[in-house]
Design a protein around this ligand. Structure first.
Ligand SMILES: Nc1ncnc2c1ncn2[C@@H]1O[C@H](COP(=O)(O)OP(=O)(O)OP(=O)(O)O)[C@@H](O)[C@H]1O
Ligand SMILES: [Mg+2]
Length: 280
């Protein structure tokens, strides 16, 4: 598939035409090692005057054309507003996921707020993933409603909620429902895009998610995760991209501001709170 063409991937999205997927050149791919998307490229112009051009994540793509995903787990980390969700959402929509989350079969839309970035992106595909999910903590509620609505309609098909553990996600806490989706719906051999999965999770549940993530990586899965969690980003061997106003940098876990600041805080919370309250 050539870059620049409209694809079937966005079927179901009104007026979708834009983001595309190209197959990696012969010899570059390693086969089914769980890396389905090896890079995201900016291949078409962004709208003139768009705020997107000012986001660190997008500026990096404007200057370097592509961001590579050489590991099964990639993290986007960095300050609020640096464009992590915008980039993740752009990748998700270019891949064919519903902008509000779910599998590629979900087409519900409560409010079209996703950016136009996906139209300018091309994903470099190594292999087909047989499973996939775009999970956003902020729109899990809408996803849960959509599942309940589908199961409420008369149909001979099996209940959708059975793929999610059998209990309506609305009948579980935010964190419980989040883990239920990962544990029951993520089957492996998949591409999973997660936006701040820690938002609903206690530290213990974040560790449970880390373990679930590892089991899925062992089953040939690829994760791209936007996160602020120093627990999640500890995944061994992950590629961590730190988005800053200066650009996008590959960093080691212990070099991330999240790790360093959290560590300094936990080592001496009394001192840190005195500094924060202007008492020193
Ligand atoms: N429609 C819009 N018009 C103008 N600016 C926008 C629009 N939508 C988002 N932005 C801006 O884009 C920037 C990046 O937002 P994004 O949600 O990608 O950040 P983020 O890195 O995910 O932040 P956080 O860590 O808080 O989740 C924000 O500063 C936001 O104000
Ligand atoms: Mg975000």
């Amino acid at each position: 598939m050539r870059a620049g063409t409209c694809l079937e991937v966005g079927k179901g999205l009104p007026g979708f035409c834009g983001g595309s997927i190209i197959k990696e050149k012969a010899g570059e791919g390693k086969g089914m090692d769980g890396n389905y998307i090896s890079a995201v490229q900016l291949t078409r112009p962004l709208p003139e005057g768009s705020y997107l051009r000012g986001l660190p994540a997008v500026r990096y793509l404007l200057e370097n054309r592509e961001l590579r995903f050489p590991k099964p787990v990639t993290f986007f980390v960095g300050e609020n507003g640096t464009g992590k969700s915008t980039l993740l959402e752009g990748i998700a929509v270019a891949y064919g996921f519903n902008p509000e989350g779910g599998t590629r079969n979900f087409t519900f839309s409560t409010r079209a707020t996703h950016s136009e970035l996906y139209r300018s992106l091309t994903l470099v595909r190594r292999a087909y993933a047989s499973d996939g999910f775009f999970l956003r903590a902020e729109s899990l509620y809408n996803l849960a409603s959509n599942i309940d609505d589908m199961d409420g309609a008369p149909s001979p098909a099996p209940r959708v909620v059975d793929s999610y553990g059998g209990v309506s996600l609305h009948r579980q806490s935010h964190g419980e429902s989040f883990l239920a989706v990962v544990r029951n719906r993520f089957g492996g051999n998949g591409l999973y895009l997660l936006d701040e999965p820690e938002a609903a999770l206690s530290p213990a549940s974040q560790m449970a998610l880390l373990a679930a993530l590892h089991r899925l990586v062992e089953k040939n899965s690829q994760f791209i995760v936007a996160t602020h969690s120093p627990i999640l980003m500890a995944y061994p061997g992950a590629r961590i991209y730190e988005l800053t106003p200066d650009g996008v940098h590959t960093v080691d876990y212990r070099e991330t501001e999240h790790y360093q600041l959290t560590r300094r805080f936990l080592e001496n919370p009394e001192k840190m709170t005195r500094i924060l309250f202007g008492e020193t």
